[in-house]
Design a protein. Structure first.
Length: 608
């Protein structure tokens, strides 16, 4: 959600900024812009739409500036247009600001500044920052930014440059991720390491309440209270190749096809066959603490929330521990009850999701032990949680999550085995479940081999405007996730329901024009789901079934069948979701949609 990149050094800044912004396109945005210090002038160029609109408008320009900031904006205050795009300047035009986040008290600050004679050009909350910094500026940019931020309520990741100090950038963070990239004779600011990885793999993650003053030769970090901070330099282990398409038409398709490998990565070194359990040292809890967990709350948003629902089924079924799943966006506003013995699991691909981070902080304030499940090493949730587990899915560029979802389920599966073996699960059952997990990548590869069949199936249904997804038990969250994937990238209205709930309302929608995707493997509720399919068939609904190989009965009820391998019920959710990911992908492509960057969506949602 929004993206920032900044450069100060000896090279021309403009091509570095544009390249960095393109690396951030996956985060979701609706306008883009750059600010450059060019021959003693602040040059600000911005455009609604894609980065390509900005570069087209600047085609032929040869900027010599060696300092600049760039931004991709996801609109919060004010519609997407050239005026509201970032960077923003104050009245003198000497100071330019790019901002991720939301200034919650912007209305009050705007009125105060208007009374002081300041004229506003945009509808954004960000322009407040430019005017405030300009108001406090007396020759020291860092101190002006510091004083301005003491007036601000809300979240921000900002990059600031000033005409009077062309070799200085100032960055600050509170609730919105920001890193300093360390080069030789040049340095960078970015909201995501992907923006600077071509130039350096050495970064420093800013913490909330920290400011960085960055020059070509170095940087310093202080707090809002002007306390010096010793930076912790980290090296990024993944390569630029990992964020390229690798011959696939879209990042989403590449990431779907990576799942056999990412599932291996999520379980690598974590299967302990000697004791028929999982090895998860990152939880940072002693055996006694794990053994005495009385209740688990899992909080997450979007796709991660669906993974959490699957985790609820697995942990309660196998470990017999009560689990509640909460929307992170609602968790902190309803005064949750945190008893002794309660552990809170927070799930976020990016580790920066604002709602999930806020939920974790609320739980910690109430005394809970908070464990994180996230993908990004060094992210805020990874740093602030009491412990946790990385999913090791590698960078996920497609806005619609695929490989991160299945890796989250894998980690939740491992947690359920670990907790279950401490309680009543036998060695034999633990071993059986570990073997099921170990064989899962091979099963996933088999499913991916029917990609062409699913593509042909998509041709029959890509013109419809409504879908219904049904599942029972642990496959109900799979139905929710399948529906979410379709609506996210194809803009088809789709809803997921527990199959038994169909007759309590949604059955009124079913007719010959309503495709119904039914997740119907041969599991413990197979006979029940078959009955639901009979009800759909009686009303002339079109059934697309996900079924177990060799199941002839399903083919007599369904109009279309996607067969998946017969597997242990424990891993059914992962086996079931992959064909639904492919179906959504191919339908979206056939409809001409922007699969990797769906409209209005952002990859890392860093505002409430």
């Amino acid at each position: 959600m929004c993206g920032i990149v900044g450069y100060v050094g000896q090279r021309k800044a403009y091509p570095i900024l544009i390249e960095g912004l393109k690396r951030l396109e996956y985060r979701g945005y609706d306008s883009a812009g750059v600010a450059l210090i060019e021959n003693g002038n602040m040059v600000v160029e911005k455009s609604a739409g894609k980065i390509s609109s900005l570069t087209t408008a600047l085609e032929g320009a040869d900027f010599g500036a060696t300092t600049g900031i760039g931004h991709t904006r996801w609109a919060t205050h004010g519609e997407p247009n050239n005026t509201n795009a970032h960077p923003h300047t104050g009245m003198t035009g000497k100071i330019a600001v790019a901002h991720n986040g939301i200034i919650e008290n912007y209305s009050a600050l705007r009125e105060v500044l208007k009374r002081q004679g300041r004229i506003f050009r945009s509808e954004t909350d960000t322009e407040i920052l430019a005017h405030l910094i300009e108001e406090y500026y007396d020759g020291n940019l860092l101190q002006a930014v510091r004083r301005a931020l003491t007036q601000v309520d809300g979240t921000y990741g900002i990059a600031v440059i000033c005409l009077d100090n062309p070799e200085i950038m100032v960055a600050a963070r509170s609730g919105s991720p920001l890193v300093v990239g360390c080069g030789e004779g040049e340095n960078f600011i970015a909201s995501d390491v992907a923006a600077v990885l071509r130039h350096t793999n050495r970064v420093v993650y800013l913490e909330d309440g920290e400011l960085a003053e960055v020059t070509p030769t170095g940087f310093s970090i202080t707090t809002l209270d002007d306390v010096v901070v010793t930076p912790h330099l980290e090296e990024i282990s993944w390569s630029l190749d990992m964020i390229e398409k690798g011959g696939f038409d879209h990042f989403m398709l590449k990431e779907i096809f990576e799942q056999a490998e990412t599932l291996k990565n999520a379980m690598r070194g974590r299967l302990n066959f000697d004791e028929a359990t999982a090895r998860l040292a990152g939880l940072n809890l002693q055996f006694d603490e794990l053994h005495h967990i009385q209740r688990i709350i899992i909080t997450a948003c979007g796709t991660s929330w669906h993974a959490a629902l699957i985790g609820e089924y697995l942990i309660e079924e196998y470990a017999r521990i009560p689990v509640e799943v909460e929307y992170a966006s609602e968790f902190r506003y309803r005064s949750p009850i945190i008893d002794p013995g309660t552990v809170v699991l927070v799930i976020s691909q990016s580790g920066e999701t604002a709602d999930t981070l806020a939920a974790m902080r609320e739980a910690k304030r109430k005394g809970a032990t908070c464990l994180g499940i996230c993908n990004v090493v060094g992210s805020t949730i990874a740093r602030e949680s009491d412990g946790g587990v990385y999913i090791h899915a590698g960078p996920e560029i497609g806005v619609a999550s695929t490989k991160a979802f299945t890796s989250q389920i894998m980690v939740l599966s491992l947690i359920s085995i670990l907790l279950a073996r401490m309680r009543s699960m036998s060695f034999e059952q633990g071993e059986e479940l570990l073997e099921a997990l170990q064989g899962l990548p091979g099963q996933v590869e088999r499913i991916l081999m029917i990609n062409d069949e699913i593509k042909e199936l998509a041709r029959k249904y890509y013109n419809v405007e409504n879908f219904l997804y049904l599942g029972r038990g642990v496959n109900f969250p799979v139905a929710l996730e399948g529906a979410l994937k379709l609506k996210e990238i194809s803009y088809i209205h789709a809803e997921g329901y527990p199959a038994a709930e169909m007759k309590h309302g949604p059955i009124a929608l079913i007719d010959e024009n309503m495709p119904v995707v039914v997740i119907a493997p041969r599991d413990s509720v197979y006979s029940k789901i078959v009955s639901n399919m009979e009800e759909i068939k009686a009303r002339k609904g079109k059934i697309i079934a996900i079924a177990t190989e060799g199941d002839g009965k399903i083919s007599s009820l369904a109009d279309e069948v996607i067969y998946v391998p017969k597997v242990n019920d424990f891993i059914l959710p992962i086996v079931g979701i992959i064909p639904l990911q492919l179906l959504a992908y191919h339908i979206a492509v056939l409809r001409g949609c922007d699969v990797d960057q769906p409209r209005n969506l952002a990859k890392s949602v860093t505002v409430e």
